[in-house]
Design a protein around this ligand. Structure first.
Ligand code: PRT
Ligand code: ZN
Length: 207
């Protein structure tokens, strides 16, 4: 059982998924001695008196915003979908992708205004609604927790709003990107209640 020391810097990273390996590599590159094979939910690194907390990526902004974690690594898509009060320190240059509205290859949707009255399935309802509001388009936004790409095939939605990297998943499901909402990459975030650490390993990162 790892004991958390109050003076330790706590860093929240994804427990498993696309961000995990690059997040840990970033921390190692600036001097953290993290054992990558360690599958514990908490791991200590001696050099910086730091604890790494492994969480679902969606939970990272709230942990950082509340000060339970001092720093975190998360995608901009997650950060902006649910505003938390955590502050951005810097962009990290990995886990790059785009949030797009995608439509079936044979769709009659050509302009953003053609989304009026359509049903769009997404795990990013807030970012999608903000985009639609800005475009003054009224559409039905349906929340799905994953696999949005199958919604049009099943006749559940006319379009989806999801992350795209290679475009392979869209293609496999007979979809194509139509409108880009935002680009995203991993970011380092910090707590608004940041303690006055004797040594802050991210100090140079915030300049
Ligand atoms: O379990 P947990 O909640 O922590 O993880 P998760 O399942 O929510 O997220 P995960 O591990 O899939 O992704 C973590 C972060 O990686 C995302 O929040 C993004 O910031 C970033 N990222 C980068 C991506 C992608 N690229 C990506 N391609 N996240 C998801 N995808 C999915 C996309 O949703 C679609 O299903 O991959 C598919 C498309 O990929 P391509 O290459 O076929 O276009
Ligand atoms: Zn998630």
């Amino acid at each position: 059982m790892i004991q958390l020391k109050t003076k330790d810097i706590r860093i929240a990273v994804q427990s498993k998924g696309r961000l995990k390996t690059d997040s840990i590599e970033f921390l190692i590159s600036i001097g953290f001695d993290i054992d990558e094979s360690d599958r514990a939910l908490l791991s200590s690194c001696n050099k910086y008196e730091a604890d790494v907390i492994y969480l679902r990526d969606d939970d990272i902004p709230q942990y950082v915003a509340s000060g339970v974690a001092d720093f975190g690594i998360v995608g901009e898509n997650v950060y902006y979908e649910s505003p938390s009060g955590a502050r951005i320190v810097k962009k990290l240059g990995f886990s790059k992708c785009s949030l797009v509205v995608a439509i079936p290859n044979d769709s009659d949707i050509k302009e953003v205004s053609d989304l009026e009255g359509r049903k769009i399935a997404t795990s990013y309802p807030n970012l999608l609604k903000a985009y639609l509001n800005k475009a003054e388009v009224k559409a039905e936004v349906v929340l799905v927790k994953g696999s949005a790409e199958v919604a049009p095939v099943l006749g559940f939605a006319d379009a989806i709003c999801d992350l795209v990297q290679s475009g392979k998943t869209l293609k496999e499901n007979g979809l194509k990107p139509a409108f880009k909402i935002m680009e995203s990459q991993a970011i380092l975030i910090e707590s608004p209640f940041l303690k006055d650490f004797e040594f802050n390993p991210f100090q140079n990162e915030s300049n």
